[in-house]
Design a binder for this molecule. Structure first.
Ligand code: TYD
Ligand code: MG
Length: 456
């Protein structure tokens, strides 16, 4: 039977060849040839054409639409998507193997089947019986939830077109393939082609589609990175395998703001929402322990209280060690340098370890001051209790203002922290009843003074 024509295209120089090589004969790059369908130019793009004969219109005259969203009774999930699932959108869910992607999507499928209409869960990773086992454990057996164990993306698309589900789940894109390409499933050519076909189906039939993608250790090629630009929304499920908490984070969203997080707890019966994550992250904190400080960080629009721990011990071999878990390593090196130079802490002969409890990763600089105080607290062996700490630290040792200070302070109070250490420059935003118990600091040295960890 004559096959659809394919060619191998070098991703580096654009050279095209009728067969694959390990190394591009044109530019000499290794492993850069990707099998691609030989199609007329109009069909080549992975995106569906929005309109055929469109002409320019003034933007002011374009009608605004508000997206109808499917709201599931899973608020943490809705929040991350920007308020709910948009029909016709394609969402890529990435994450390490075993983190809980299939579990989350099976739970979501079950809820959608109960509230929004039929759901087709296509899996190339497990048999229908294995999915059933998991579904029983999750008690996720809605009558409108259909399972299809197949890896042929065209067959899945056909079933979806006739079932017309409200939601289609593809688990995972790495196992999907089309017979039109010779490359094995999981190769870049197959990934791209399968995603482009699913995207076309989603847009044409208005089916909200969730696609699971594994992240490889290197995070390249076969990982979902190459797919990120083809889909509307990219979510990552993160967490550390040894902790029960899972963070669902949006890194790209055409239908909502990014950087929202949803917090879940992996239990025996699946993922449970954590609606008050601050309380959870602080639940095991020992208030009288030196080296432990409460930071108030902002994830998307939500303030979160987390415990920052530091341990400072004398260096035994040559160079002092710096180890960061949950904050950026370079940030830690910078903060220890600031503490040595601007606050006189003798850290040049000390190893410094910093850890954010609960497997959280803090990316924003507003947690700087908390890290500094944790280090100073461990160094001085003096606990910093009953206080939440907010502030960015500059190279001059100054404490810089942070955004959304009121929200952060309100969250801290909710969790029982009456007193907060905040940047002095933020103080005037905190008028009224909150201002009284705030300690405004202008520099790291002042902050150390305020908690009794300064070096005299
Ligand atoms: P899974 O969803 O299969 O991960 P992924 O699809 O991302 O590879 O999750 C697998 C892990 O989750 C597995 O180690 C067991 C754990 N788990 C629970 O703790 N409770 C549950 O109810 C389920 C279904 C899984
Ligand atoms: Mg899975």
């Amino acid at each position: 039977m004559p096959k659809t024509h394919t060619k191998y295209v070098c991703q580096q120089c654009g050279g095209q060849y009728p067969q694959g090589y390990g190394r591009c004969p044109g530019c000499g790059e290794w492993n850069s040839l990707v099998e691609t369908l030989d199609r007329p130019p109009a069909m080549r793009t992975g995106f569906p054409r929005i309109a055929s004969a469109a002409s320019p219109v003034p933007l002011a005259q374009v009608e605004s639409v508000s997206y109808r969203r499917l709201r599931l009774p899973l608020e943490e999930f809705n929040r991350v998507l920007g308020g709910g699932v948009v029909p016709g959108s394609v969402v890529l869910l990435g994450g390490d193997p075993g983190i809980g992607k299939s579990t989350l999507l099976l739970q979501v499928s079950n809820l959608a089947a109960q509230h929004c209409g039929p759901v087709l869960y296509a899996t190339g990773e497990e048999s229908a019986e294995q999915v059933k086992l998991r579904a029983e454990r999750l008690s996720a057996i809605a009558p409108d939830l259909y399972i299809l164990a197949d890896t042929d993306v065209d067959a899945i698309a056909q079933h979806a077109a006739s079932l017309r589900p409200a939601l289609l789940v593809i688990d995972s894109i790495q196992t999907m393939q089309t017979d039109d390409l010779d490359s094995p499933s999981g190769s870049v050519g197959q990934l791209r082609e399968a995603t482009s076909r699913l995207t076309r189906l989603a847009k044409n039939d208005g089916i909200a589609t969730f696609v699971v993608g594994h992240v490889t250790k290197e995070g390249n090629l076969a990982g979902p990175k190459v797919l990120e630009h083809m889909v509307d929304t990219v979510l990552y499920l993160e967490g550390d395998r040894y902790h029960a908490y899972r963070l669902l984070r949006s890194v790209k969203n055409r239908f909502g703001s990014t950087n929202e997080v949803g917090v879940f707890d992996m239990q025996d019966s699946g993922l449970a929402e954590v609606s008050n994550p601050s309380a959870v992250f602080l639940s095991e904190r020992e208030d009288r322990a030196a080296g432990s400080v409460v930071a108030v960080t902002l994830e998307g629009s939500r303030p979160l209280l987390v415990e920052m721990q530091a341990l400072v011990t004398p260096t035994h071999f040559g160079l002092p060690r710096r180890t960061a878990n949950g904050i950026d390593m370079n940030r830690l090196i910078l903060l220890t340098a600031v503490l040595s130079k601007r606050a006189g802490l003798p850290l040049g002969t000390q190893d410094v370890y910093v850890n954010v409890v609960g497997g959280m990763r803090l990316n924003e600089p507003a947690a700087d001051l908390a890290a500094c105080l944790a280090i100073a607290s461990s160094q001085a062996d003096t606990p910093v209790s009953d206080v939440a700490v907010i502030g960015e630290v500059g190279l001059g040792g100054e404490v810089r203002s942070v955004n959304h200070i009121r929200q952060r302070v309100v969250e801290a109070r909710k969790l029982g922290f009456e007193r907060c250490i905040v940047p002095e420059r933020n103080l005037r935003e905190l008028r009224g009843e909150t201002a009284g118990s705030m300690t405004g600091v202008g520099s790291v040295a002042e902050a150390l003074e305020a908690v009794g960890c300064a070096r005299h």
